[in-house]
Design a protein around this ligand. Structure first.
Ligand code: SME
Length: 137
């Protein structure tokens, strides 16, 4: 018999699957919101370790999505003033909020080493992934 995967193990496996199967998904992770302290907290991820394990709402691309409840596609991170750099190899980013019962509980965050790789298909795909993930909550 196999032990069922915990939710974090499932999220970790999803990060690995996305990172291994989509060439332009070079860092894949989840941040989860604490609505009392208005901070995001790093969850499971795959890719280079980041110093940014806690991000205040409003700060960086992730923090802005915590407040906007909308996808944020960044074709070129160098063109963003409210951006938190994790690695100099990162050129672009996409953040898609994760809704559970209509509440924005966090987000999937993907960094890419190439410029302008993210299309509307990435947005629709990651919205679908998040809809499936929401069922784990
Ligand atoms: N670049 C993000 C910070 C998180 S790292 O990409 C892992 C931002 O600006 O919010």
């Amino acid at each position: 018999a196999t032990t069922p995967l915990s939710r974090d193990e499932k999220l970790q496996a999803i990060c690995q699957l996305l990172n291994e199967n989509v060439a332009h998904y070079n860092w894949v992770g989840f941040y989860f919101a604490n609505h009392e302290s208005k901070t995001l907290h790093l969850g499971p991820y795959v890719g280079a370790p980041t110093d940014h394990t806690v991000i205040p709402f409003g700060k960086g691309i992730c923090g802005q999505v915590a407040e906007s409840n909308s996808n944020f596609v960044v074709p070129d991170v160098a063109a963003q003033d409210n951006y938190i750099a994790c690695s100099f190899t990162v050129k672009s980013e996409i953040v898609v909020p994760l809704f559970v019962n209509g509440i924005n509980i966090g987000q999937i965050d993907i960094d890419s080493h190439v410029l302008d790789p993210f299309t509307v298909e990435d947005e629709r795909f990651l919205e679908f992934v998040n809809t499936e993930i929401a069922k784990l909550f």
